[in-house]
Design a protein around this ligand. Structure first.
Ligand SMILES: Nc1nc2c(c(=O)[nH]1)N=C([C@H](O)[C@H](O)COP(=O)(O)OP(=O)(O)OP(=O)(O)O)CN2
Length: 193
């Protein structure tokens, strides 16, 4: 169990900030696990993140003045900009999907709107990749907040929730590399170009 400043252990109750954003997406799953999902199709998804005080902002008691971990706008601004401008209406494709080659050949100007994933872009994988991306943003913003969990709701009846280190869930050890788009504190959604 980790000890934080002031001898507080990480099981100490602390406020959680919970933000939800909606985005539209299209994808297809080509591994054969779900044949009807091999046809490109879309969902209106909701991503919900639960944030706690980070190692550089740890206090579990409200201070009697501002009484907040961080202003909501500051806590969610960069993340929601990324979701709205780069994830919303993007097409999610596996790096091995032949449709990627079709876009490169026929509509190269739209390749930048494709999220390229290691294997099929399932809800589980996208949840892990989005978690890694948000962790990169939070670290870049000074570790004032830490990501506790992320829930991705693909349909009204199907959701995936992950907590802990997202890199633990990713399929290949190579995916730990800082060079991948999901580990970079920028707005990229693929490692192409
Ligand atoms: N473990 C996973 N299984 C499936 C995923 C996934 O991301 N992880 N995704 C799909 C498809 O994207 C599919 O569009 C959604 O799943 P499905 O349950 O088939 O969706 P429905 O809304 O049609 O299901 P109902 O039970 O009829 O509501 C498939 N599997």
């Amino acid at each position: 169990m980790a000890t934080l400043p002031g001898g507080v252990v990480n099981s100490t109750p602390c406020p959680e900030l919970i933000f939800t954003r909606r985005f539209s997406m299209a994808h297809r799953l080509i591994s054969g696990c779900s044949e009807r999902c091999a046809t490109p199709h879309g969902h209106n998804e909701y991503v919900t993140v639960t944030l706690r005080a980070g190692k550089n902002n740890f206090h579990h008691r409200l201070d009697g003045h501002a009484n907040m971990l961080l202003p909501f706008a500051e806590a969610k601004g960069r993340w929601h900009h990324f979701i709205d401008e780069h994830i919303d209406h993007a097409f999610q494709l596996s790096a091995s999907d032949p449709l990627l080659g079709w876009f490169k050949e026929n509509e190269p100007q739209r390749v930048k709107r494709i999220i390229v994933t290691p294997g099929d872009p399932t809800t589980e994988l996208m949840a892990a990749l989005l978690m890694a991306k948000l962790n990169a943003f939070l670290h870049d913003q000074g570790d004032l907040l830490t990501l506790h969990s992320l829930e991705l709701r693909e349909t009204p009846t199907n959701s995936v929730r992950l907590s802990g280190d997202p890199l633990f869930y990713l399929p290949f050890t190579d995916n730990l590399s800082k060079d991948h788009w999901w580990n970079r504190a920028d707005n990229t959604i693929s490692d192409l170009s």
